[in-house]
Design a protein around this ligand. Structure first.
Ligand code: PEP
Ligand code: MN
Length: 364
């Protein structure tokens, strides 16, 4: 009988601990496919949780929609035969009930991107989970609405779910892009800032859409100190009934996990911490200087605003703006700043200047 991983361990906040690695097929298709994949994945001790969708939300009807409840038996066998814990997607209260009824089949449930986007569905899941001590992972909604993502997590918290993790699977681009979903990393960081105690796991498979982009996305997630990875893995990806292009073979998964750089989120070493503090003192001082300069700049912007108003001249001056853009970009480059960064920063400052001057006009 294999020694099973402990759930408590899985969801305890990773400080300097290991990243939580989740792997398994997009969909459970046959018992053989599930067990072969699980046994191969279990060879890598880094993987703790086996994923497989048995109810599949598909964007268009007519595609493979999952094997349904009988897949739970296969997950149970994964648990019996390997050291892996299991997770599957639930989208309705009936799915939740089926998982709970089939004891020892599912350790962790996850809420998919299409469900997170619908507060009615999330509330129905939260109601079905009331009083039940099972961990739940919440994928981000398809569109980049942080409030909807955080709201879904709140609903589950209110239902008494103690162990909740977020899964960052990227956001629908609404047009053809090389990545299947736009990462918008800042939102993964934002959800972490809203719920600092919660694990945020990256799903490079759904962001990438193609296996070739997975290593880069996964490494970026680790470098941003996200708490784990969920990677779709199939014993025979070419024959997969869903998401064939983005699934790795277990062999490639193992190679990937060996080549990724798992860094520590910090170092408990006084020499390192002292040096870091010194650098940060310098950054702090520069930040305050920058803010003071910006404030001085805004004072002059306001003076100019009054001057333009008194002389009945428009706020926006195209020629001046084009000149500012060009000269600052040219100068910035000579001192090693990135062109795109300068462009974005100038736009932000210019927008604020216009806002300030508009306020002066409105007071008139
Ligand atoms: C999945 O994990 O297979 C899935 C359907 O993902 P998402 O909800 O992120 O689209
Ligand atoms: Mn999938």
């Amino acid at each position: 009988m294999p020694q099973n991983n402990s759930i408590d361990n899985l969801f305890s906040l990773r400080t300097n601990g290991d990243a939580l690695i989740i792997a398994g097929p997009c969909s459970a298709e046959t018992e053989e496919q599930v067990l072969l994949t699980a046994h191969e994945i279990a060879k890598c001790k880094k993987v703790k949780l086996f994923r497989a969708g048995i109810w599949k939300p598909r964007t268009a009807p007519g595609n493979f929609e999952g094997v349904g409840e009988r897949g739970l038996d296969w997950l149970k066998k994964v648990k019996q035969q390997t050291s892996l814990l299991t997770t599957t997607e639930v989208a309705t209260p009936e799915h939740v009930e089926a998982c709970l009824k089939n004891k020892d089949s599912v350790d962790v449930m996850w809420v998919g991107a299409r469900t997170t986007a619908n507060p009615f569905s999330v509330q129905a899941l939260a109601d079905a989970l009331k009083g039940i001590d099972i961990p739940v992972m919440v994928k981000n909604p398809l569109h980049p609405d942080i409030k909807l993502w955080a709201g879904a997590i709140e609903r589950l918290k209110k239902a008494g779910i103690k162990n909740i993790a977020a899964i960052h699977r990227g956001f629908s681009p609404f047009e053809d892009t090389s990545l299947r979903n736009i990462p918008k990393w800042e939102l993964a960081i934002e959800i972490k800032s809203i719920f600092p105690e919660m694990l945020v796991i990256n799903d490079p498979s759904h962001i990438s859409g193609k296996t070739e982009y997975i290593p880069e996305i996964a490494q970026k997630a680790l470098d941003l100190n996200l708490d784990g990875l969920m990677i779709e893995t199939h014993i025979n990806p070419d024959k997969a009934l869903s998401d064939a292009k983005q699934q790795l073979t277990p062999k490639v998964l193992l190679q990937l996990l060996q080549s990724l750089k798992f860094r520590k989120s910090s170092l408990n070493n006084s020499e390192f911490l002292n040096k870091l503090d010194q650098y940060r003192d310098q950054i702090d001082s520069i930040d305050y200087q920058m803010l003071e300069l910006l404030s001085k700049r805004m004072d002059i912007v306001k003076e100019i605003g009054k001057y333009k108003l008194n002389n009945n001249v428009t706020i926006f001056q195209l020629k001046r703006w084009l000149n500012i853009s060009l000269t600052r970009k040219e100068f910035g480059e000579t001192i090693g700043l990135d062109q795109q960064f300068i462009k974005r920063m100038l736009k932000l400052v210019h927008r604020e200047s216009i806002r300030q001057q508009t306020e002066i006009n409105n007071k008139e």
